[in-house]
Design a protein around this ligand. Sequence first.
Ligand code: AMP
Length: 450
Amino acid sequence: MAITKVKGTYDSFDELQKKYQALEEKIRMVCHIFNYDEIKTPIMEYSELFHRTVGETSDLVKKETYDFLDRGDRSVTLRPEGTAGVVRSYIENKMYANNSISKLFYIGPMFRYERPQKGRYRQFHQFGVEAFGSSDPLMDAEVISLAVTIIKAFALKGIKVHLNSLGDEESRENYRRALVEHFSKYRETLCEDCKMRLEKNPLRILDCKVDKEKEAFKNVPNIYDYLSPSSKERFDKVISYLKAMNIDYIIDPMLVRGLDYYTHTIFEIEANIEGFGAQNIMCGGGRYDNLVSDLGGPQTPGMGFAFGLERLLAAVEASGRTLYKKRGIHLFIITLGDNAKAEGMRLLNDMRFGGLITEIDYKNGNLKQQFKASEKYDPQYIAILGEDELKNNTINLKIKATNEQHTIYLDDLYDYIVNDINNRMSNYSCGGSCSGSCDSCGCDGSCEEE
Ligand code: AMP
């Protein structure tokens, strides 16, 4: 029996991979504009890192991590999220050294042993940012605006930004107490997980999908009544900055987020993706002012978020956007005879070196077969090199757009094609500069390659 992929994983190739590539390119561009630098951390970390950051009581650590002992009997975990590794790296590499701001982003695979379904995988991909070194509400607003800019960059529709504050330690402690008092009255009606949460982490009960509709959830205490004056003031500032940037949001007092490390501002971005049901949360994040010090670094505030790339892609497609235009190569070279083949290889190399996407037949076909082989690549130009042309140092060039055919000197081939492409592109309103991304200029997208 053939070996299959691991349950909950998928292969990305062909069109799908091109879409992810386009997705990542745009993400990198937005991060670049916001002045965030890319960081790559290992996919595996010592298990303790996630126990100490994500939290022992979280579902993530309790049920969903891929843990194993390596050959040296050390407990290692495939990262289920990105923040812990970035924080570990921030401390280990002393990025805090000159007390400056560090603005980082990452893109990469994450692993969670969850029940696979639409929008939920065991290996999925996240793009996330982490901003260290400022506890100013300005940074909260910037991080949220980066996430919203990603949404805008893909022109997504049906998006909602949910916002909440968990306040400082004192606010959370007061709120925790109020929740215990409230939910204790309904203890027997709660699911087994929530009974446990009541003892260990009552805030998490608000996250429960099972108990949500029950009586116990009707008059849950509102976190705002428990925020300390300074936490309230802080949250108001975040809101005023978001307003200044014209960012729409919904204040959602029931939002708590699944991980233990959050303080103050937390947020989620919900997308309306048909068929995704409960898997509509595309991005989640918040402030984590104690995480760096909890992991042994100096007291350093931090704020970040993570987008699921699979859900982002689904939202882009649900909004009817095309991420990339399928387009052909620049040139296909047909050669007839052994001598022409060697010269064809030289041309192939020269054209590629000059930046023209060029292909050749790899199957030793005759003229007809080579024309047939070219179809797969949809070339803008086909150059035919036979023994006669070779003798005269010329080549036959077919121009697909106009159906013209010209005999030109071999030495002129590259300049001829580049000039012809430039002339044609200047006819489009984008002048050949839209990178194939605008839908209105009429450009066939081939300007992207210039
Ligand atoms: P979290 O780290 O749980 O806050 O998740 C952040 C984002 O990652 C979510 O909003 C989803 O878009 C995505 N995500 C989380 N878990 C999965 C999964 N199992 N499969 C696909 N995407 C996921």
